[in-house]
Design a binder for this molecule. Structure first.
Ligand code: SAH
Length: 217
């Protein structure tokens, strides 16, 4: 298949994905515009490129997955709704796809990953795609990323048994944490807001993520 025909097919598939997300209830035009722009096929292996615009999680090696586009859109929308966060931390860089989506929408993005080859590959990908507002860390994000805290938003792309206290403490006042919580098969997405001395928590529905694991690998 000639390169151009392949490219045109991918562009068509990308637009159909945006249409599907709209049908599934994603109504934030800023989020839909970046899903239409960021080339998800650059974040998966060659063998999976033709499937990059299916609304599915896909394997990225090391027993990890690139998140499902609907879930990326939901989490991003929850983080941004009614807000303009300036500094956002992502825990779980993985392929770097969610990182790129955030980098399109937020002035400064910090992202940490516990598997070194994934962190390095994502750093190279985002550099090749000319993102200059992302800081990459090879670290266990269960502890957040203290050197750059506090954050206006923290988005966690792996499921925790319980909300790690460090993530709450690294939220700026009024900051938001979006995190899947619970065991495999029974996870829900939580939106947690720091309000004064207290926190406010909202359940955004069922999700399925790989587990948030301790330590570096
Ligand atoms: N946002 C990524 C999702 C990758 S899957 C993407 O769209 O591609 C979740 C990622 O979280 C995996 O790469 C996994 O290694 C990472 N992860 C799990 N526990 C972690 C921890 N404690 N600290 C940092 N990263 C972690």
């Amino acid at each position: 298949m000639p390169q151009t025909a392949g490219g045109a097919m991918l562009a068509g598939a990308q637009q159909r994905l945006v249409d599907e997300l709209r049908r599934q209830g994603i109504d934030d035009e800023r989020v839909l515009a970046v899903i239409a722009k960021v080339p998800r096929h650059e974040f998966v292996d060659d063998a999976l490129k033709s499937r990059a615009y299916e609304n599915n999680a896909l394997p990225i090696g090391h027993a990890q997955t690139i998140s499902q586009p609907l879930v990326v859109a939901m989490m991003t929308m929850a983080l941004l709704r009614g807000r303009k966060p300036q500094r956002v931390l992502e825990v779980g860089t993985g392929s770097g796809y969610q990182t790129a989506i955030l980098a399109e929408l937020v002035p400064t993005v910090f992202t940490v990953e516990r598997i070194k080859p994934l962190s390095e590959q994502a750093r190279r990908r985002l550099a090749a795609l000319r993102y200059r507002n992302v800081h990459f860390g090879y670290a266990d994000g269960i502890n957040g990323w203290l050197p750059y805290a506090p954050y206006d938003g923290i988005l966690v792309t792996a499921a925790a048994d319980a909300v790690p206290p460090a993530l709450i403490s690294q939220l700026a006042p009024g900051g938001r944490l979006v995190i899947p919580v619970g065991m495999q098969g029974a996870q829900s997405l939580r939106l947690i807001e720091r309000r004064g001395a207290g926190i406010h928590e909202q359940d955004l529905g069922r999700v399925s993520f790989v587990p948030l694991l301790p330590g570096k690998h």
